[in-house]
Design a protein around this ligand. Structure first.
Ligand code: PMV
Length: 334
């Protein structure tokens, strides 16, 4: 057995958001979600099982991790050990080419890469569906970073199984995600904790009740490359999730004044005919989705905002994949 593997995965941006679990222990989402993998961002994770170790050791961006962050990864590794029926611990080394914990879905890319590298290193050979189903126990949205391109995370109404699958490959639609980064700090309330209080918002039931309709419209918009329809449903879905966050107990305010300024500007740009739309995850950064033809214009306009400290842009990306060799540098090659 090899005992060692390295994998790379991209984070994803959801057009239809996952926010809240119908079953926490089995990690069944309250609603189906839809996303696109983001090409400019990636996490590379190496897993090496070592018979001499008494516990997993985690290094994230060259820093040794302890406490809750380590415990979360160790619990996830326990699942892999259980599946493989092996009692071995590992050195886990993960590097990102983007700031973690700032709403750029570091946990999605991180757990997707860990799922692939961890299972392969321990001799398991899982299907994409099984990898995706497993990844959701690390972080819900991680299951959507296993398949490539445009991805849906669904619950099978007959079997109750839940996993993500590609609805279209990365080259299906020449969209670009321009991410306006307003804050690189670690967010105060992570999505796992925030989501636990989703049901305390009187708006969550309404958000979930209408999710099937939004999901189906968004799916059709993606498949038919209908930017206007995608735009309408993406903004609605993002606003609904943030309305739930803001009305939860305790309330969660992820938007910053700068986030709102950009959202309002997008509405004005749309009125001028620019194909651009926005969506925000559990953080203040604004993802502006546009077409390849309009990306320079969108980037130029975004640079005018004093609140924007950095901008990343990426086209739709492929699935989580194994890397043949460890690259010697810390740099994540995308
Ligand atoms: O992957 P989690 O469990 O951290 O949840 C992510 C939730 C959002 O990013 C806010 C929405 C989504 O569907 O990606």
């Amino acid at each position: 057995m090899n005992m060692h593997a390295t994998a790379l995965a991209h984070p994803n941006i959801a057009f239809i958001k996952f926010w809240g679990l119908a079953d926490e222990a089995r990690r069944i989402p309250a609603n189906n979600s839809l996303s696109m993998n983001i090409g400019c961002l990636a996490t590379k994770t190496s897993v090496t099982f070592d018979p001499a170790l008494k516990a997993d050791v985690l290094t994230l961006n060259d820093e040794l991790v302890s406490g809750d962050g380590l415990a979360r990864v160790q619990r996830f590794m326990d699942r892999i050990r259980h599946m493989a029926e092996k009692d071995l611990y590992a050195h886990i080394t993960s590097t990102n080419n983007f700031p973690i914990g700032a709403g750029l879905a570091s946990s999605a890319a991180g757990f997707a890469a860990l799922t692939l590298a961890g299972t392969v290193a321990l001799g398991l050979s899982l299907s994409e569906k099984a990898l995706s189903a497993l990844a959701r126990f690390g972080s819900g949205s991680a299951c959507r970073s296993i398949p490539g391109g445009f991805v849906e995370w669904v619950v099978d109404p007959l079997t109750g199984e839940t996993y993500a699958q590609s609805i279209a490959p990365a080259d299906h639609w020449e969209l670009v995600d321009c991410i306006a980064i307003l804050n690189q700090d670690h967010k105060p309330v992570g999505s796992e904790m925030g989501m636990r209080s989703a049901a305390s918002s009187p708006l969550q039931a309404a958000r979930v009740a209408d999710a099937k309709r939004r999901f189906s419209r968004c799916r059709t918009a993606i498949l038919s490359r209908d930017f206007a329809a995608l735009s309408q449903i993406t903004e609605l879905d993002s606003n609904l999730m943030h309305a739930v966050m803001m009305t939860s107990n305790p309330p969660l305010y992820y938007w910053r004044p700068g986030s709102l300024a950009i959202m309002q500007a997008v509405k004005a740009w749309q009125a001028e005919g620019l194909p651009v739309t926005f969506t925000l995850d559990a953080g203040p950064n604004v993802h502006l989705i546009t077409t390849r033809a309009s990306v320079d214009e969108v980037l130029h306009r975004l640079r005018q905002f004093p609140e924007v400290i950095d901008i990343r842009s990426g086209i739709p990306a492929g699935p989580a994949r194994l890397l043949e060799q460890d690259s010697p540098s810390r740099t994540v090659q995308v």
